[in-house]
Design a protein around this ligand. Sequence first.
Ligand code: ADP
Length: 367
Amino acid sequence: MAIRYTDTTDDDLREAAALSEQSRGARHIVRADEPGEDDSQEVNLRPRLLKEFLGQEAVKANLSVFIDAARTRGEPLDHLFLIGPPGLGKTTLAEVAANELGADFKVTSAPALDKPKDLAGILSTITPGTVFFIDEIHRLKPVIEEMLYVVMEDFELDWVIGQGAAARTVRIPIPHFTLVGATTKAGMVSKPLQTRFGIIQRFNFYTPAELSLIIKRSAGLLGCSVDDDAALLMASCSRGTPRVTNRIVRRMRDFAQVYGDGRITKSIVEAGLGKLRIDSLGLEDFDRDIIRAVIEKFGGGPVGCETLAISLGESADTLEDYYEPYLIQCGLLQRTPRGRIATQKAYDHLGIKAGPGASSFLPGLFG
Ligand code: ADP
């Protein structure tokens, strides 16, 4: 195939722009990790500025310096790589950065970038300084990843036009922008891609104190008041994750309206968590099913993630990305080279005595 680089013509640009018209201004996030998320309300709770983004102090402090410096120089922020479990605020922080810089924000996820034209279509809509967020960046197809290398470094897109002997490559200039890549699995992102990000930040689970602040803010935005001890109880059952926190706040607001006077009190939260079958560690039914499966079906482990996922009728990806990090963080599950193992704490939490045929009961539920 004859490939030659030519000067870009308006027609070339128009072709690239037309490639994926549907991606213009798109917010097409594909998420496997937020079952039942109530997006219409979630939008209202999403922080817009750094001062509204609570917790993750180390990440925030660094980012605020880099944003200030970029703003002072009148340059886009360097490419940013965000690592951490789902629901901790990676998308939110990327949008906050765009807002702080007064830049456009575009968001997609790697599985939505199926063909080169999907990426080209979005790039053709980029304006100077745009913050372009790609979620689940570890799932990029190799062909898309290679396109990104040139775009990230040279702010040019190599685009092949025509086929066979008539094929030619045009180099289309792209305005300088910031790519934000987010992943739950940094180990699965290739080194060449990782090294093209100038800023790398890792998110940790939030502390109950940080989540309490988020609860107070969210409750305020939702127009309801919440007692301090109620906020702390919700926080301690939120898996260290603001997305979970916000879901719990909304449900407790419902319980408070129907069973109380609208104020979220500790007794409302205890009753509400019991009804939602959320236990004292913040585990829901499926979390308990996972540990129970390891213990009862696989003798406490080790069991491979794929096998465990099949036995539960869930995808290995969802198990690994969404459920496991918190179970490991709680010390209920251990990830070893030979597979997953249930810890003594897991047996204790489920009230299962070690050994075959031991009976169990459901502990820790409120209400
Ligand atoms: P991720 O991209 O890491 O999966 P998101 O950015 O989508 O997570 O965050 C999920 C939700 O949690 C957001 O819609 C937002 O309302 C809330 N949230 C996340 N981080 C914070 C924070 N630091 N302060 C307040 N709310 C937050």
